[in-house]
Design a protein around this ligand. Structure first.
Ligand code: IPT
Length: 997
């Protein structure tokens, strides 16, 4: 039973009226408009981040600080059951698997957390987050099956306890917990599985609302107690992904919620397009995707989502990161950059900054949070090519006109006027005769009317609002627009009587008379019209500060606005003092640096932290009485008021040593063969004997010449390369071997008989088959009398995501095998050292290593002694099909105090599969003939920027041509240099001897 937690005191405090709670806590409540936190209505503006996709743990702080600086107030965190629970009874929430640490970093940055803990998450990760061992269970996954229930319970209860400890009622940032993901895939009514998960959360102390991510516009509403979560939402990826063409915005989310869904809930998008993933073998590239799903796309699609009345939005992904080790599902390659706002290498640009503009606006537009849905219409615009929603806050009268092209993918330049209704009457704006509002190509515009902030009401602004805020008792409105757009932007303050006028080509305000000139950056003939109306043209690169009565109006070219920041000034006390709105309404306007991470004022010292990418003019607008000195990253900076009255100083960019830093050339490689297993003398007696004669994996009917089944998950191998050795006793008549091999899309396999190469097979891309059937002939002379061994090396591109209850359980391994000519075969299997139960590397975890001999022996780890190895480079490569392992070390001495983004860049190769190890971490899989990835970002922390580094590559020549035997280059390159960053710890445990077999 829910209750209506209305109370007079809430109303008196301006709190959300008629808020509904889940009856367990009133710290997080909701109504049809929005969520409220501690009685404060908020627009949840959140970004998706998977901490486990950023194994350099220290950098979680970087992402969290960027998210907060980027105008978000929340993060959404998937947890990965498979990583955290690699074997039955083994729970590991340490290091890169620590949900708790990620939550604490979010809290430090002032971000609310939506914990999306599965058990199944999808997310283009192996098994969709479910571990290989669950695939072998006699259970239908994602149902209330007793065996499956038993399987998820230990993880789930442990995770619930972590969340309970860090939920808002306990002083933590966790406000929402998502149960399952896109459960309509496996829809059952009632959803007893959902009920079980929810009950377990509750009995382990989670009281915050539960949520669900509904797959698109599919109805999965359940009656209370039969699987209903407190707040469900709709995921949606409109716009046509990374393809260069745009498809239309979606305009029926709100209808869906109100007709098929639940009209008492706010409209929630737990995943809204923040980019898209890219498959093996594509021609795509994430930089192009980031440009397509870029600033214009964000403006059009995100404002269209606002127009649908969404007040809870999470962008998937905000930082995608890296599918290092075996994290990827077969649908993606190593990079999970996703074209997201923060690129994989963490170097932010226009996409991030445009979302910041939207985020800061939505943060400061308090009245937006209680606006009602109004269908988009073309009746308010003079041009039918422009559509607008008119979203009004019935309590305050504030109104938001969201303008876009009627055909949302249009690239036309269209101009229109707009009819608005305000407290002071109806107007057609712009009022200046002949002026129009112009959408430039892919564009949209949020126009405010009766927009209240501080003591000021903006009657309307045709320029986009960046923010309105009160700093030291002065109301500041920051607006922006494109110089090429409107000939005259209009900003009208209600009831302001101060007059603007010009004097000697410099524009002044009458009151206060001491206002400084705003310079020649803005101009308009009629700027000084009749008192109330600021009518101006924005010039390229322009910024202008006007005093209008007691209000400061800062008008900016949008490209200049992107260099603006409004960090939260933490309150002096309170559990949530660093949280925008709920903890602190105070902000300061800072412009210039590539990033402003944090700001605080204590004892009249304004302490700013952030990054610069060049010598930068720092500007602080307003509040100059609040501080008497300024520090940047802890060091005092001297400055003073500039010509337009901003406090200004010069910040150093990166040092010349940092700018000229060049990592050493990778040279002095050592080499050793990594495929001793093909030798007839190789001793596989300690390998696992394939003995299963039945399986709960999905094992297709295939010819098999013995009853043993070779589904590798059944033997504890879920990741990376797996080796199989099939023994048969020859009668001399065998002609070849049939193999049906499943490694997931884009896998490869190679086979040898008694050390003689038989051939290889490759699945070419994500639309190719995940199982390949080959019949390989035995070359004459290869058979021996007695024991013969077929050695098969195959990789596993990750376990399938959900594709029905049997699709996810698809057996990886050798699903069909038959020696042509009669003989029965018996098989031995070897994968990663120790399998999923006894893997030795507890820091890097169960998915870092596969089953190559080099990996089993730990040759990829720093500290291994390769001094007796042959000198040979990966460019010299191999001489025949097989696997070689190459190692080298080098010192790095990166100037400190800088964030230097580096990547490994591969070139060349044919049917060549390379795994890249950096200080023991498997940071990339380069498949030369599939691509598309050639550049592999590796962060500080994995790389030791102030010490010795070990780089290793396994090189698998899958084919028999010389181009398959080698790559043509591998180097470490600098992507970007910033002064700043966060302090990074290195934790790269070194080699110790393994009893390899
Ligand atoms: C949505 C999943 O919920 C998410 O985990 C991820 O896989 C995302 O897709 C794609 O990157 S599912 C939605 C596309 C139907």
């Amino acid at each position: 039973m829910r209750f209506w937690a209305t109370c007079l005191s809430a109303l008196a405090l301006g709190r959300a009226a008629f808020a509904v709670s889940n009856n367990l806590t009133t710290d997080v409540t909701w109504d049809p408009f929005s969520l409220s936190i501690l009685g404060q209505r908020i627009f949840l503006h959140s970004g998706e981040f998977h901490p486990w996709r950023l194994p350099s743990r220290s950098l979680w702080k970087d992402i969290m600080q960027k998210a907060a600086a980027g105008g978000l107030n929340g993060v959404s965190l998937y947890a990965h059951l498979g990583l955290m629970n690699p074997a039955p009874g083994v729970l590991d929430f340490d290091g890169l698997r620590s949900m708790e640490d990620a939550i604490l970093e979010a809290q430090a940055a002032g971000l609310w957390v939506t914990a999306r803990i599965g058990p199944y998450v999808n997310g283009e990760t192996t098994g969709g987050g479910l571990p290989g061992w669950m695939m072998s269970l006699n259970a239908t996954l994602r149902t209330n099956d007793a065996t499956y229930t038993q399987a998820w319970t230990p993880y789930w209860t442990a995770m619930a306890k972590i969340l309970a400890k860090h939920q808002i009622t306990a002083g933590g940032p966790v406000i929402l917990v998502q149960v399952e993901n896109e459960f309509d895939n496996v829809r059952t009514t009632p959803a007893t599985y959902m009920v079980l998960l929810e009950q377990s959360l509750r009995s382990n102390g989670v009281v915050v609302p539960t949520t669900h991510n509904n797959k698109g516009l599919r109805d999965i509403t359940y009656a209370a107690g039969t699987g209903a979560v407190d707040i469900w939402g709709i995921d949606s990826y409109p716009g046509n992904g990374c393809a260069s063409s745009w498809s239309a915005v979606v305009t029926n989310y709100n209808d869906f919620k109100n007709t098929s869904g639940n009209p008492t809930l706010p409209l929630y998008s737990p995943e809204f397009v923040g980019g898209w993933f890219d498959p093996w073998g594509s021609t795509g590239n994430y930089a192009a995707c980031r440009a397509k799903i870029g600033p214009e796309f964000e403006r059009v699609f995100y404002e269209a989502l606002w127009a649908q009345n969404a007040k809870m939005i999470n962008f998937y992904m905000y930082y995608g990161g890296t599918n290092w080790g075996g994290l990827a599902a077969p649908v993606v390659y190593t990079s999970y950059d996703y074209g997201a706002a923060i690129p994989e290498n963490r170097v932010i640009g226009d996409k991030f900054n445009e979302l910041k503009l939207l985020g800061l606006f939505i943060r400061s537009a308090r009245d937006f949070r209680q606006t009602s849905f109004a269908p988009e219409v073309t009746t308010l615009t003079s041009s039918a090519d422009v559509t607008t929603a008119e979203m009004r806050n019935a309590q305050t009268g504030a109104t938001f006109y969201l303008l876009r092209h009627t055909t949302s993918q249009s690239t036309a330049t269209v101009s229109t006027t707009l009819k608005i209704t305000t407290k002071d009457g109806a107007f057609t704006i712009p009022q200046t005769s002949g002026s129009q509002i112009t959408l430039l190509g892919h564009d949209s515009r949020a126009i405010v009317a009766d927009y209240q902030f501080g003591a000021t009401r903006v009657l309307y602004s045709t320029a986009a609002v960046l923010l309105g805020t009160t700093i030291d008792g002065v109301d500041w409105l920051v607006v922006h627009g494109y110089p090429q757009a409107d000939a005259g932007y209009e900003v009208v303050f209600a009831g302001v009587t101060g007059r603007l006028h010009d004097d000697d080509s410099q524009y002044y305000c009458e009151s206060p008379t001491s206002s400084p000139p705003f310079g020649a950056l803005l101009m308009h003939d009629s700027i000084c019209q009749a008192g109330l109306l600021a009518n101006f043209r924005i010039t390229a690169g322009g910024r202008a500060l006007l005093s209008v009565g007691s209000v400061r109006l800062l008008a900016l070219d949008t490209t200049v606005a992107r260099t603006f920041w409004a960090p939260v000034l933490p309150a002096s006390s309170g559990t949530f003092k660093q949280f925008a709105e709920v903890g602190s309404n105070a902000t300061i306007i800072v412009a210039g640096p590539a990033l402003v991470r944090t700001a605080a004022i204590t004892n009249k010292v304004l302490a700013l932290t952030g990054d610069t990418n060049r010598t930068t003019t720092l500007q602080v607008y307003g509040g100059s009485n609040l501080f008497s000195s300024v520090t940047w990253n802890g060091a005092q900076v001297s400055g003073g008021l500039d010509t337009i009255g901003a406090w200004s100083a010069t910040l150093d960019g990166p040092s010349s040593a940092a700018l000229s830093f060049v990592p050493p050339t990778l040279a002095a490689w050592k080499f050793k063969d990594s495929l001793p297993e093909i030798s007839t003398t190789y001793n596989d007696s300690r390998w696992v004997t394939a003995s299963k004669t039945s399986t709960f994996l999905t094992m297709p009917a295939y010819p098999r010449d013995t009853s043993a089944l070779l589904g590798e998950q059944d033997y504890g191998f879920f990741t990376g390369n797996v080796l199989f050795r099939g023994h048969f006793t020859s009668t001399g008549k065998e002609t070849g071997v049939f193999l049906g091999i499943n490694g997931g899309q884009a896998f490869a396999a190679s086979a040898w008989l008694n050390g003689v190469y038989l051939g290889s097979t490759t699945s070419f891309n994500s639309t190719d088959s995940d199982v390949k059937n080959v019949t390989l002939s035995f070359p004459s002379g290869a058979l021996r009398s007695g024991d013969n061994v077929v050695t098969v090396l195959k990789d596993n591109m990750g376990l399938n995501e959900w594709s029905g209850p049997s699709g996810i359980k698809q057996a990886r391994g050798i699903v069909g095998f038959q020696v042509q000519g009669g003989a029965n075969s018996t098989w031995k299997i070897q994968g990663n050292f120790g399998g999923n139960t006894n893997f030795p590397d507890k820091v890097r975890g169960s998915l870092n290593e596969g089953g190559l001999f080099a990996e089993r022996a730990g040759w990829h780890l720093p500290g291994f002694d390769d001094s007796t190895w042959e000198s040979r480079t990966p460019v010299q490569g191999l001489t025949k099909p097989g696997v070689g392992f190459f190692r080298t070390t080098f010192d790095l001495s990166v100037p400190s105090g800088h964030d230097v983004a580096m990547s490994f860049v591969f070139r060349g190769g044919g049917a060549t599969r390379v795994q890249l190890y950096v200080n023991g971490w498997q940071m990339g899989k380069y498949v030369a003939n599939l691509g598309p990835q050639t550049v592999f970002p590796v962060h500080e922390g994995i790389l030791d920027y102030h010490g010795k580094n070990t780089v290793a590559v396994s090189l698998w020549a899958v084919g028999n041509s010389t181009t398959d035997f080698a790559i043509s280059d591998l180097q470490l390159k600098v992507d970007a240099v910033l002064r700043g960053g966060v302090i990074v710890q290195v934790a790269n445990p070194v080699w110790s001897a393994r009893d390899v077999f």
